[in-house]
Design a protein around this ligand. Structure first.
Ligand SMILES: N[C@@H](CCC(=O)N[C@@H](CS)C(=O)NCC(=O)O)C(=O)O
Length: 217
């Protein structure tokens, strides 16, 4: 199987930071388009180019030759399959299952549900004057903190989320830790195991390269 030509689309500081890190970890060649929030604000959201590729109007998006792949877990999977020697989904069948367990939970519960309520409360209560938004936001914060507590417990005594090495689950956990620092502004030191893991991910050359490329620190 020849390696496809990869182009990656992301947004500065968004969930797309995680597959961006994984691309660096994989050692695969890729080109990228990283949007900036302030530029998108001027044009009212993602440009037509992105919406044509992904009618859901979300990043990450990655093209592999002529195939368009959306959704973090799917993009992580393809990157990992193209770089099998890196074991980005673990080293055993059970570790691979555990990575999916993390990805599904983080994507469905933490990102879509809890952070969805945090970033876009209006999606959850269709009240035109926005009067219920603050209630949704308050609930989102409670949910997110509960999830962080759960994550912290799962990471007790562990260097990495799955097995004894870095996997896609760690890259994905890392971005939600960053969101906990800002914009959510929680005291993330309350989660010492999660903090340890986030620091370990942050120190990887792949992460440092992504932070530099996206203008983050
Ligand atoms: N389920 C999707 C969610 C992607 C998603 O929500 N991306 C956000 C950035 S973190 C986005 O593009 N949001 C733009 C918007 O909702 O308008 C995935 O995991 O890839």
């Amino acid at each position: 199987m020849s390696t496809p030509k990869i182009h990656f689309y992301g947004l500065v500081g968004a969930c797309s930071v995680a597959p961006h890190i994984l691309l660096h970890e994989s050692g695969l060649d890729f080109t990228k388009t990283i949007y900036k929030k302030e530029d998108l604000a001027k044009i009212g959201g993602y440009p037509e180019e992105l919406k044509k590729l992904n009618p859901k109007a979300k990043v990450p998006v990655a093209t592999f030759d002529n195939e368009v792949v959306t959704e973090n877990p799917a993009i992580f999977t393809y990157i990992s399959l193209l770089a099998p020697s890196k074991h980005l989904f673990g080293k055993t069948p059970l570790e691979t299952v555990r990575v999916y367990e993390w990805l599904n939970y983080l994507s469905g519960t933490l990102h879509t549900q809890a952070y969805g309520m945090f970033y876009a409360p209006q999606r959850f209560v269709d009240v035109e004057d926005g009067s219920l938004n603050e209630h949704v936001l308050a609930r989102a914060k409670t949910l997110i903190q509960g999830i962080y507590k759960y994550i912290d417990g799962k990471l007790e005594g562990k260097k990495w989320a799955v097995g004894d090495d870095f996997t896609a689950a760690d890259a994905y956990l890392y971005i939600f830790y960053r969101w906990g620092v800002a914009p959510a502004q929680f005291d993330m030191e309350e989660y010492p195991n999660y903090t340890r893991l986030a620091k370990a991910v942050a120190a990887r050359p792949s992460t440092l390269a992504v932070l530099k490329a996206e203008g983050l620190n």
